[in-house]
Structures are given as C-alpha cells and as structure tokens.
Design a protein around this ligand. Structure first.
Ligand code: F6R
Length: 245
C-alpha cells in the first residue's frame, strides 16, 4: 500500500481528486466505484470545478456506487442515490444511464444483490474504487464480522454506524437499520483502490486497519493485501500510526 500524507482535509481532497482526475484523463471510459458520506465531498467539489474549467470530461465514464440504505427511495433526500446526484452527477457531464446504485426499494435482497453483482460483472469490474473509512473500520457497509462477505449483500447496520450516520437524519430512529453493500470481493477486485480519511475521529480505525492483522473484524484491513491501494490521509487521521506506515 502507498500512503499519501496530507496536511488537512482540503489537502487530502485535492490529492485524491488528482488521482481520480488522472484516471479519467488516461482512460476516459473508466468504471469508477464511488462512495458517499462526508469524506468524498471535497473530492467531488474539486472534480466538479475541474470539469467546469474543461480539464476533465466524464462523458464516457461509468460510475457504480458502493451502497444504499434499504427502504429509502432514490428521491429521499438521505438516500445515497440523491446524494450522488446532488453532490456530483448533476454537476458533471456523466451520462446518468451509466451510473448505478443499489435499489433500496427492492426488499427482495436476493434479487437485488444478484442484479447488482451482474451489473458489476457486466461493466467488467471497477477500474478505480474510492472509499471512505468507517469509525469501526467498515468499508462500504461491510461491518465488522466473523467472515469477509464476498458479493453484494444486505447488512444490518451496527450501532456504531447508525450513531455515526444519525447526524444526517432528523433523529436516530429515522436511520435505516439495513443497507445493501458491495461485498469485499467486489471491492478488492477493483484495479486500483483509493481511500480518503480525515480527522482524529478516524485515527484509531486507521491504526487498526493498516497496522494490525488482516481480519474481518476490521474489514478495511483486507486492503493491506491489495496490489494497488493508495491511502490518502491527513495528519490528524495518521496521528496514532507514528512511523508504522
Ligand atoms: C459510504 C460508505 C461508508 C463511508 C464511511 C465513512 O458510501 O460506504 O463506508 O465511507 O462510513 O463515512 P464518512 O465519510 O461520512 O465519515
């Protein structure tokens, strides 16, 4: 793994956006695996501004998202489908028909997960997967577990994740308890994986994920084995790792 040290969140966002921009410039029809949450917002803002300046063209790119809450429609303002349109897709020239996200309204988990796995397969896999890091080491919504789950699946969100995501909802009991997420195999099969991590609150998760054993109890630890994994982290997120990375 490669570690790119950034001063702060803005610096980390710029550095990670540069990697994604280079990917799209070098391979305009790239399949981008995308994430939601707070961490990638700065990246999307930079990519939008470079698109507006004419530096990047997304017209041939494809995007597949990591996850979606079960029970929320794509027009619900806390759904990840809404987030992606609002924070990124509506501001660039990607063809919306080339963007994919699990359908939170299909309660038939088996049908929806196999539909999503087929989309990933038919796209030929992911060229660059962008990730954030959960405070408990989750990636996508692959929560700490006894085993790594390979393909797209339905998860019960852990209390840590519900608490962390409650900030986006009016109250904690409005946070959905289940989500569809790409599996660990879908993520590690991406040809390049870029993770952005910022802030002291993630420092323990960075230490556990990248300086400890590879274990499903810390899902992100699997990335230690990836051949092209780039961690872009700011000083606060790296504050506990010292010179271990
Ligand atoms: C989002 C996702 C999650 C987040 C993680 C960090 O699509 O898959 O794994 O990346 O929960 O969230 P933030 O960035 O809000 O701290």
């Amino acid at each position: 793994m490669r570690v790119i040290r950034a001063k702060d969140y803005l610096d980390a966002s710029r550095k990670a956006a540069n990697i994604i921009s280079a990917q799209v410039i070098l391979q305009p029809d790239s399949v981008l695996g995308l994430a939601t949450g707070s961490s990638p917002i700065g990246i999307y803002q930079r990519l939008i501004s470079w698109y507006e300046k004419g530096d990047i063209d997304f017209s041939q790119a494809k995007a597949i998202n990591l996850d979606e809450y079960v029970g929320l429609s794509s027009i619900h303002n806390q759904s990840y489908a809404y987030y992606m349109r609002h924070n990124f897709f509506d501001h660039i020239n990607i063809d919306i028909r080339n963007t994919f996200i699990p359908n939170g309204l299909d309660r038939n988990a088996r049908r929806e997960c196999s539909r999503y796995d087929k989309i990933i397969h038919d796209l030929g896999g992911v060229d660059l997967q962008l990730l954030g890091l959960g405070p408990n080491g989750h990636i996508g919504f692959n929560e700490p577990n006894e085993e790594f789950v390979k393909g797209t699946h339905c998860v019960e969100l852990s209390q840590v994740t519900i608490d962390a995501n409650a900030r986006f909802f009016e109250s904690k009991d409005q946070v959905p308890s289940k989500a569809y997420t790409m599996g660990i195999m879908d993520i590690v099969r991406a040809r390049r994986v870029v993770m952005i991590v910022s802030g002291e609150k993630k420092a323990q998760a960075v230490l556990d994920s990248f300086c400890g054993p590879v274990t499903p109890k810390v899902p992100a630890s699997i990335l230690q084995l990836h051949g092209d994994f780039i961690l872009v982290a700011d000083e606060a997120a790296l504050s506990l790792v010292g010179d271990k990375l």
